[in-house]
Design a protein. Structure first.
Length: 280
């Protein structure tokens, strides 16, 4: 696991050892969560519907058990740190540090047997994500970002992550998890306009799509209806690999749930006019 000095200036109040210690813990709890989620994958596990009505927002016993496991590891190592998770109540921070957790990002895919679901772990200081982990248990891949660096870990070892250049939207491979469900009518129209201009698109990848952008396999992801636990772990991975991730307004305030991510930051300048138009 790379432990070099971060490539970017650390926020005031943060020491390199603060990050090193939390990165070790983040990887340890990712391993522990994997030991819960992977054996439950492609079994007859039951999914409850959190949304109710005609919407379907599933949660399984594996989601709950994995988040409890993640939280337990954090609370032992860093009892003053705050925790925000998808399934359980928030724990406020008492020292500026907080963790943002999604035990199974892509629960629909998990239930359907699609192997690109992930565990997302973000470590933040004063709400800024400094460490991010995208763990893909079914593929035995882990993508890690740490203040200006990003790498992929597999059974074969660690390799640096680097996005690829893509100067024109016409050459871009773009992605979105579920356009019919996550977009308003205006957002869907903007996405469709961009999709028709792009080289081609892929759907249903959840957080794995962002890992593919960080790996230089894809070029852009456009999504909406996202929560902090869906987004924050992605930021250090994308930025550490040379990419850019913002809201559709072009800032890093994700309160409106929109996300625009590109491996080549210049690519976003070509789509912001379409994206901002449907938000104004």
């Amino acid at each position: 696991m790379p432990m070099d000095t971060p490539d970017t200036k650390l926020p005031t109040g943060v020491k390199p050892t603060d990050l090193e210690q939390r990165l070790v813990t983040a990887c340890e709890i990712a391993d522990a969560a994997r030991a819960i989620t992977l054996p439950a994958f492609r079994t007859d596990i039951h999914a409850e519907n959190k949304a109710g009505g005609t919407e379907f927002d599933p949660v399984t016993e594996a989601d709950i058990a994995a988040e409890k496991c993640l939280r337990a590891g954090i609370e032992i190592a860093f009892p003053q740190d705050g925790i925000v998770g998808e399934e359980l109540a928030d724990k406020p921070s008492r020292n500026g540090w907080s963790w943002c957790l999604d035990p199974i990002d892509g629960t629909r895919g998990f239930v359907a047997g699609v192997p690109v679901w992930s565990t997302l772990i973000a470590v933040c200081y004063n709400e800024k994500p400094l460490i991010g982990i995208i763990d893909i248990p079914a593929l035995n891949e882990r993508y890690i970002g740490n203040t200006g660096k990003a790498w992929k870990e597999t059974a074969e070892g660690s390799t640096p992550l680097k996005t690829r250049k893509c100067a024109r939207i016409n050459d871009a491979i773009i992605g979105c998890t579920e356009p019919m469900a996550m977009f308003s009518l205006g957002q869907k129209a903007a996405y469709e306009m961009i999709r028709r201009t792009a080289r081609f698109s892929r759907l249903g990848l959840d957080a794995y799509g962002y890992a593919l952008v960080a790996s230089g396999r894809m070029d852009m992801i456009l999504e909406a209806s996202m929560k902090p636990f869906d987004i924050l772990a992605l930021v250090p991975v994308l930025e550490g690999a040379g990419g850019k991730i913002t809201s559709w307004h072009g800032d890093t305030h994700f309160e409106n749930g929109t996300v625009a991510c590109a491996g080549d930051p210049d690519l976003l300048d070509q789509v912001y006019p379409y994206l901002k138009r449907v938000l104004d």
